[in-house]
Design a protein around this ligand. Structure first.
Ligand SMILES: *Cc1c(COP(=O)(O)O)cnc(C)c1O
Length: 345
C-alpha cells in the first residue's frame, strides 16, 4: 500500500507505543470525586509548567475555551476576539448558544490583533452600550498560519485590559509551539491571562484532552461545575491524562522538528511556479500557501494529491494548509514536496 502523508492537521497524530504503554499502566480513580491520581498529576504538572495555581482536565480545546468564556462573562455581554479565531470559526457558535455572549470580531494581521485595535473594540461604560467582559487571544493563531504573538504585543494588550478591568483568556491550543519557537518559558505568556487553555491532542500527540488553567481557584471551581453541565466530567480519565502527561514529558522538545519540517516544506513549495508563499510567514508548524489561476480547482488539487498519497486541506478560494506533526518525518516532507510539485507543474 502506498504510504499516506497526512498534512491535514496536527490532530491526526496517533499515540505512540510508549504513550499507549503509559496509558495502559495509568493509576485511575473516579475524577468526578477528584480521585483520579493521574488526572490530578497532569493538572498539577501543567499548572506548574505554566506558572498557574490550578488546572482542569477537559475533553477538548473547545470545551476549555467555552468554560473560560462561560465562567468569566454574563449573558448579554461581549467578548473581543480575532475575526478568524477558533472561537469564532470552529466552535459551532457555542459562545452565543451556551454562554449567551456576543462576539466582537477584530480583523487581525495573519490572526494577530494590535493593541490599538483591541483598545478601540472595548465598549464605553455607558448605560446604552453592551459591556466588554473578556478579551481572547489565540497563540499560535491557527487560521493566521501558526503565527506567534510577540510577547510585547501581549504585554501592551494586557496593560489596556487591566486599565479597563477586563480579564483575558489565552486560547493556547498550540501555546507550546509558540514557546518552542521563541524559547520563552510558557509562564512568560501565561502570566498575562486570567485563564489559559492548552491542547494535548495537537502537536503534543495525545489522543484527546485539553486543560484550562488559572490562578483563581474559585474560577476553576466554577469551570468544573460548567464542565459537568456541558457533559465533560469524566470518570477514570487517568487513562487519557496519562497520555497527556507522557506528551508533556516527551513531546514538547520535539516540536522544533515540526517547525523545521514546516520551513523545509515552505522553501520547497516556494520553488513551484504555481505556488505563492512567503516562507518567512511560516513561524511554527502550519504552512499556508496559495495556488492562483491553476487549471485545477482547489478541490480537484486536493483530490489529485490524495490519490498520490498526500493529504492536505483547501482553506479558501486559492489557499491551502499543510500542518507538520510527529507522524511526518523529514523524508516524508521531501516526498510530499515532490508530489505537490509534480501535481501542480
Ligand atoms: C484545535 C484548536 C482548539 C480546540 O479544538 P478541539 O478540537 O475542540 O480540541 C482550540 N483553539 C485552537 C486555536 C485550535 O487550533
Amino acid at each position: 500500500m502506498m504510504p499516506v502523508i497526512d498534512l491535514r492537521s496536527d490532530t491526526v497524530t496517533k499515540p505512540t507505543t510508549a504513550m499507549r504503554k503509559a496509558m495502559a499502566q495509568a493509576e485511575v480513580g473516579d475524577d468526578v470525586y477528584g480521585e483520579d491520581p493521574t488526572v490530578n498529576k497532569l493538572q498539577d504538572t501543567a499548572a506548574a509548567l505554566l506558572g498557574k495555581k490550578a488546572a482542569l482536565f477537559v475533553p477538548s480545546g473547545t470545551m476549555a475555551n467555552q468554560l473560560a468564556i462561560r465562567a468569566q462573562t454574563q449573558p448579554g455581554q461581549e467578548v473581543i476576539v480575532e475575526s478568524k479565531a477558533h472561537i469564532v470559526r470552529y466552535e459551532q457558535g457555542a459562545a452565543g448558544a451556551l454562554a449567551g455572549v456576543q462576539l466582537h470580531w477584530v480583523a487581525g494581521e495573519r490572526g494577530l490583533m494590535g493593541v490599538e485595535q483591541v483598545e478601540a473594540a472595548i465598549r464605553p461604560k455607558d448605560p446604552h452600550t453592551i459591556q466588554t467582559a473578556l478579551i481572547c487571544i489565540e497563540n499560535t493563531h491557527n487560521s493566521g498560519g501558526g503565527t506567534i504573538y510577540p510577547l510585547a504585543t501581549i504585554e501592551r494588550i494586557r496593560a489596556v485590559a487591566s486599565a479597563h478591568r477586563i480579564p483575558m483568556h489565552l486560547d493556547g491550543a498550540r501555546l507550546f509551539n509558540a514557546v518552542t519557537a521563541t524559547t520563552l518559558p510558557p509562564a512568560s505568556y501565561a502570566q498575562h491571562f486570567e485563564t489559559v487553555s492548552l491542547c494535548l491532542s495537537k502537536g503534543l500527540g495525545a489522543p484527546a484532552g485539553s486543560l484550562l488553567l488559572s490562578n483563581d481557584l474559585a474560577l476553576i471551581d466554577k469551570a468544573r461545575r460548567f464542565r459537568r453541565m456541558y457533559g465533560g466530567a469524566m470518570r477514570q480519565a487517568g487513562i487519557l491524562a496519562a497520555a497527556g502527561l507522557y506528551a508533556l514529558e516527551h513531546h514538547v522538545g520535539r516540536l522544533k522538528m515540526d517547525h523545521d519540517n514546516a520551513k523545509r516544506l515552505a522553501r520547497r513549495l516556494q520553488q513551484i511556479p504555481a505556488v505563492t508563499i512567503n516562507p518567512q510567514h511560516v513561524e511554527t508548524n502550519i504552512v499556508i500557501f496559495d495556488v492562483v489561476d491553476h487549471r485545477l480547482s482547489p478541490a480537484a488539487i486536493v483530490a489529485v494529491l490524495k490519490e498520490e498519497g498526500v493529504l492536505l486541506n483547501a482553506i479558501g478560494a486559492t489557499s491551502f494548509r499543510a500542518v507538520t506533526h510527529l507522524d511526518v518525518s523529514t523524508g516524508a516532507i521531501d516526498q510530499a514536496a515532490d508530489i505537490i510539485a509534480r501535481v501542480l507543474n
